[in-house]
Design a protein around this ligand. Sequence first.
Ligand SMILES: Cc1cc2nc3c(=O)[nH]c(=O)nc-3n(C[C@H](O)[C@H](O)[C@H](O)COP(=O)(O)O)c2cc1C
Length: 368
Amino acid sequence: MKNTFGQSLAVTVFGESHGEMIGTVIDGIAPGIPVDTENIKRRLALRRPSGKISTSRREEDEFSIVSGVYQGYTTGTPVCILIPNKNTKSSDYSELADKPRPGHADYTATCKYHGFQDPRGGGHFSGRITAPIVAAAALIEPALRARGIFVATHISSLYGISDREFSDYTLDASILSEKTFPVLSQESEERMRSAIESAAEEGDSVGGILESVIYGLPSGLGDPYFDSLESTISHAVFSVPGIKGVEFGSGFGFASLKGSAANDAIMTDGERIYTSTNHNGGINGGISNGMPVILRAAVKPTPSIFKQQNTVSLEKMENTTLTISGRHDPAIIHRARAVIDATLILAVADALTVRYGTDYLGVNDNNN
Ligand SMILES: Cc1cc2nc3c(=O)[nH]c(=O)nc-3n(C[C@H](O)[C@H](O)[C@H](O)COP(=O)(O)O)c2cc1C
């Protein structure tokens, strides 16, 4: 299922950047989830471009939910959400079918689809296709909240500029939920914004690292091997265009620790089990241990830059150069935050329903 994620709660995305519509079908969803359209609008707004640090393409993302919802609740049958594309300028892309952009998916799309793909605006590979992912997750999110589970993501570093670390997850999540540029320290935010602006002035782009927490997960989620919780989460996160690395807890930092420093001591207060540190990022043996799940995702610099680059003419089979026009983000990281949050919601919702069944996210003692 190439465009579908999830074993139990399955989310399919469809559409092209400059086609008539993009959208999602959510299948295996619990009946009885209260549908909060304001939350869907809020989450889509966090993904939407804004100001000098984003593409000038402006889409209102006016969505319609055309099935699976009745009288404000999910019915349990497939939910379909449609989002029309309105602000398209396809002439900018006419050259790219022949001259693929370095770092983008134009060449690999040709390898896979033999030239039949829609190249306009990056077609199905465009960051635009992440809007339905955000909408699907925002519809499911209240069901996780009712179980005391939330996700939050900040830009932990951008082009070498660091944010402060998470301190109080609940407080930090509420700070981040209001911010289109998700950075916890005001000073770091200003430095990051100006790094993006200077890259944009040079016709260049920058990337960075997004750090996320999944808070409130019960212990015991995930499987030991191929469907380990790390595998399920990173499967979802790597689906986001532009993500090139994922690590959990201390991640690659484990390479410079001794076992005595890397192990998280197991403790109890007489009622619950927890660990004194969280180097393992809330997962051992592929299974959640009840601590917050911590992960980081590396976001590459936007491939479409305005400097001249080397590529080939596929038609002539000769080396050539390309100078890209069109509208592009000088950094995608701040917009990708909403998409990473969304993929974490989808991954966790799927892992929960695999373990506890579809109805776990619907009618239950907490929300009905
Ligand atoms: C929200 C979002 C917006 C994006 N905007 C752009 C863009 O304006 N220009 C661009 O070249 N790539 C953009 N991308 C990244 C490309 O879609 C991505 O790099 C490309 O499909 C190749 O995939 P890969 O980087 O995962 O290999 C965006 C990604 C996301 C998540």
